[in-house]
Design a protein around this ligand. Sequence first.
Ligand SMILES: [Mn+2]
Length: 245
Amino acid sequence: MFLDDSCLPQGLRVYAIGDVHGRADLLSAMFAMIDADLLARPVGMRRLVMLGDYTDRGPDSRGVIDMLVARGDDPQWGRDLICLRGNHDDWLETFLVAPERVGDDFLRWGGMETLASYGVDTSGPRRPNSELSRELNRLLPAAHRRFLARLKPCHAEGDYFFAHAGVRPGIPLDEQDPHDLLWIRGEFHRHLDSFGKVIVHGHTPDEEIEVRRNRINLDTGAYASGVLSAAVLEGRDYRFLQTGR
Ligand SMILES: [Mn+2]
């Protein structure tokens, strides 16, 4: 299955959003664009698939999760919002329960910004991971803990398969290793043949949305570029929405 032939069931439109990384401002702008798009082009059923990496690097991870929790609680959206797990969200979850396993990676790759967004004091000399984890546990709202626990590894609609990082070639989509769905790069990117469905993913930032015949990469490095990207899939068509363009 390739992009030229891929399709969704009639009457369904899917919006898929790439890596947000603490940019609540951009997520807010993107939600406004999607709401406006739905007003301008009403559709029977719509679904919103978040591709993961809500946290780290950008300044307001807490604000991003607040917005996603609010949209999940909104009866207009509730069941139609699907939030996938990214490797950064996974680090945050692990840091809460076992900081010794991920602390240094998590904090080096943007976790300090996440801690600060929750009100953890990150000024002054570097404190031990265990101490930072305890303080974050104290400050993290229960709704955020539930949100993290409910993140999904992947999602499929029609001829599309959604995962944060990608999939391992040669393995059926319903038998993928969760670690690959969060982390894979090289082998996935180099594979030019069909994966069975068209893969919609993020995880590896690029200046432009990458549209290949077997996959679409929506990570446009929003935290630094200011460009948050979404795909709009409907029937046999696809188009894109971007903030700051
Ligand atoms: Mn990632």
